[in-house]
Design a protein. Structure first.
Length: 241
């Protein structure tokens, strides 16, 4: 969608956004521990940082959320004892995630997974600025938390979110794709970060009751895809002679 058309639609888009926010049910973050250990073998420490999708909004417990699927699958695929910590809060942008880790001072980790971006789109953060903030987050994790590699999950296909009416759905979907493409290009410029594309079949049956957050099938697919990437690309390759 062109900028001119987007500007022309601005009053309608604002009205749709406000109405959507009013009628959307407020779902809680998933219950359960936000740190733990799973699996046997050599120790691997994992930090998960993010927004509501990292916090498990849309399912009841962390067992069924991203953290549960990711850590269990990673422990099995890598044959490691995965010691994990989750720092996540609903509604935060990438810049706010950086402030969260700075304030919390997480336990040092080998690998970090960042699940962020939708709130950058909602808050109309320009894609180039969101990339700069991801770079700042990755740099802090490297320098202050001992992380050797940061894996960024992709933005979801917002253009398929059932909650959003048209044309708001299309506009937000276009913005999300632009943000994700910018993040993917940036990731290719560094050897200490990755962007992991995850193809998703995203119908109403895959979503949470609010039509905006992931349901358990999405968390499972994303957790398994991220775990496979870490096990195959970041662990297996580095241990080969």
């Amino acid at each position: 969608m062109s900028l001119a058309l987007k500007l022309a639609l601005a009053p309608l888009l604002v009205a749709q956004a406000l109405n959507t926010k009013r009628r959307a049910p407020v779902l809680p973050e998933a219950d359960g521990p936000r740190e733990g250990r799973v699996g046997e073998g050599e120790r691997l420490s994992l930090l998960i940082v993010g927004d509501s999708s990292a916090a498990g909004v849309g399912v009841r417990t962390q067992h069924d959320a991203l953290a549960g699927h990711l850590t269990r699958t990673l422990a099995q695929a890598a044959q490691r004892s995965v010691h994990w910590q989750l720092l996540a809060k609903s509604g935060i942008t990438t810049a706010q995630a950086l402030e969260l880790v700075r304030q919390t001072r997480p336990t040092p980790a080998d690998i970090a997974v960042a699940v962020l971006g939708v709130n950058d789109v909602i808050d109309q953060v320009p894609s180039h600025r969101a990339v700069q903030q991801r770079a700042a987050l990755a740099d802090w994790l490297r320098e202050s938390a001992g992380v050797r590699h940061v894996v960024f999950a992709p933005l979801p296909p917002v253009h398929r979110f059932p909650l959003l009416p048209q044309p708001l759905r299309r506009v937000m979907g276009d913005d999300a794709r632009r943000h994700d493409q910018a993040m993917a290009r940036w990731a290719t410029t560094r050897d200490d970060v990755s962007h992991v594309p995850i193809p998703l079949s995203l119908g109403p049956e895959h979503m949470a009751d609010d039509g905006f957050h992931p349901g358990e099938p999405v968390y499972r697919a994303c957790g398994e895809a991220l775990a496979a990437y870490i096990a195959e690309r970041l662990i297996t390759l580095e241990t080969r002679p």
